[in-house]
Design a protein around this ligand. Structure first.
Ligand code: NAD
Length: 464
């Protein structure tokens, strides 16, 4: 079988691939739900058979332990596969809606149809999760798919290309590995859907590339996610949950709390508790399971955000091993380097506030974030947070775990993205819903035809 693995792709080869996938899609072979189920089951079996190789690859790339890999990559992938396999027959059915009186006698319904040839571009920080879960959505919706995983975790990119390209028809599902030139060559093609996960900067490039063909785009991006602690927050439980969310993948997580907004009256208690939790869970440079920073460029970028004068705890790092220890910064202001962009590393800047208005104003001084978290027992604060603060998804007295409920969609808003997926939302993300009126021929009223009297118009208004 022809593969496009680990090569530099001339534009022509990519053009041919997209052309061949379109021809394949146009044969209608991907339309029957039985076909989709067969492919999804094959995909699931492949992951089951090669789980150990998947663990090894990601450990080589950035020291992610088997336990972390299972929890944040492999189990969520299985879950999405199971949901898709279980629900595919239901999802592909026509969705009935009510018919208004004017249109009677008729049925009205939505017909889901696949979009066609899709491109999925993955990010590096959860390479399996962020590449393969969108692919599941594309498959269950009946599309053909080209996946371009992030090149930064080279081993995971390679293993995904190997497993998929050796086991699936390239006209149906194929991995193209590569960096910016290969991605650019892909973006120069006409797709029916582009699903991109990554930074807002590259998101804009993708959106621009899609525009000439009016290609539908889903952008899963990032931002500066706040975690607010109000005066009456349960500090012990809240800090424990927040710390776990922050140091998962060493803060290299789009949903991680980026900075902490703490009410002045509880700041010292929160700071103490953060250190207590860091020590309790042995998050440290010395811990081999504390995930490495992905590459030297990111190591230098994150390290430069640590202002030694503001270090309350931590600040340790090992450049050779590309590991930065958990670091807490105190008395942080909005002018500090750490508050300029998304951190994407294991630093917690603590910013104090006096009133909720002040805290919300700080959040709104940034672009709309991907996530927002509130730790509070105050019902008014909760309601105000939900209604006044814009963000993609979030938690009340919890962080990141909203992403572990497939009944909730995952996606951003504004600068943190557009569109949503997971579970049934993935199917919808990769489908178009044709709106159909299906009319009976029993009789035809003259109401809608020309020559309306005032009386007829009154009836039309009533029946509409
Ligand atoms: P990135 O934008 O640098 O890269 C993402 C993908 O785009 C990669 O596959 C890369 O090869 C490709 N790419 C990079 N530069 C390109 C260019 N000039 N032209 C075309 N393609 C290009 O992002 P990243 O470093 O992989 O991930 C970090 C960012 O992604 C953070 O902002 C984070 O918040 C965000 N993120 C978002 C989510 C989400 O689901 N919303 C998940 C993970 C990461």
């Amino acid at each position: 079988m022809e593969t496009l693995t680990n090569t530099t792709y001339p534009g022509q080869e990519i053009q041919d691939l997209v052309h061949d996938q379109r021809a394949y899609f146009n044969t209608n072979v991907t339309l029957p739900v039985e076909f989709r189920l067969k492919q999804l089951k094959k995909f699931r079996d492949l992951v089951v058979q090669h789980e150990d190789e998947l663990h090894e690859a990601i450990y080589k790339d950035f020291g992610k332990s088997k336990h972390d890999n299972q929890l944040t990559e492999i189990f969520p992938l299985y879950e999405e596969l199971e949901i898709a396999i279980k629900n595919a027959k239901k999802w592909v059915k026509h969705r009935k809606v009510k018919t208004n009186l004017l249109n009677q006698p008729a049925k009205s319904y939505l017909v889901p149809e696949p979009l066609g040839v899709t491109l999925v571009i993955g990010a590096w920080n959860f390479p399996y999760n962020l590449s393969l879960i969108p692919v599941v959505g594309s498959m269950v919706a009946g599309n053909t798919t080209i996946l371009k995983p992030s090149e930064l975790p080279a081993e995971t990119s390679r293993i995904m290309a190997k497993l998929i390209n050796e086991n699936f028809d390239r006209n149906y599902l194929h991995v193209v590995e590569g960096e910016i030139p290969e991605t650019t060559a892909l973006l120069n093609q006409r797709f029916d859907k582009i699903f991109f996960t990554g930074s807002p900067q590259v998101g804009k490039i993708v959106n621009k590339a899609a525009a000439p063909n009016l290609t539908s785009v889903t952008l899963e991006l990032g931002g500066k996610n706040p975690a607010i602690f109000t005066e009456d927050a349960n500090i012990n439980i809240g800090v424990k949950r927040m710390i776990w969310a922050k140091f998962l993948n060493s803060g290299q997580l789009c949903l991680a709390p980026d900075y902490v907004l703490v009410h002045r009256s509880i700041k010292s208690k929160v700071l103490e508790r953060i250190v207590h939790e860091i020590k309790k869970h042995n998050y440290s440079v010395e811990n081999n399971n504390f995930v490495r920073i992905i590459n030297d460029r990111n190591f230098d970028r994150v390290a430069a955000l640590i202002d030694p004068d503001k270090v309350y705890y931590g600040g340790k790092m090992n450049k050779e091993e590309r590991v930065i220890g958990p670091t807490v910064l105190n008395n942080v202001t909005l002018d500090d380097a750490v508050m300029q962009d998304e951190i994407f590393g294991p630093i917690i800047p603590v910013v104090e506030y006096d009133t909720l208005d002040e805290a919300f104003a700080i959040i709104k001084s940034f672009e709309k974030p991907l996530a927002g978290y509130l730790f509070s027992n105050d019902e008014t604060a909760k309601e105000r947070f939900l209604t006044e603060v814009p963000f993609g998804s979030g938690g009340i007295n919890e962080a990141v775990m909203q992403n572990n409920n497939s009944n909730l969609p995952f996606g951003g808003v504004g600068n943190s993205g557009m569109g949503r997926y997971h579970g049934k939302y993935s199917f919808e993300c990769f489908s178009h819903f044709k709106a159909i009126i299906d009319k009976s021929n029993i009789f035809e009223s003259d109401l809608k035809y020309y020559g309306h009297s005032d009386r007829q118009m009154k009836w039309i208004k009533k029946l509409s």
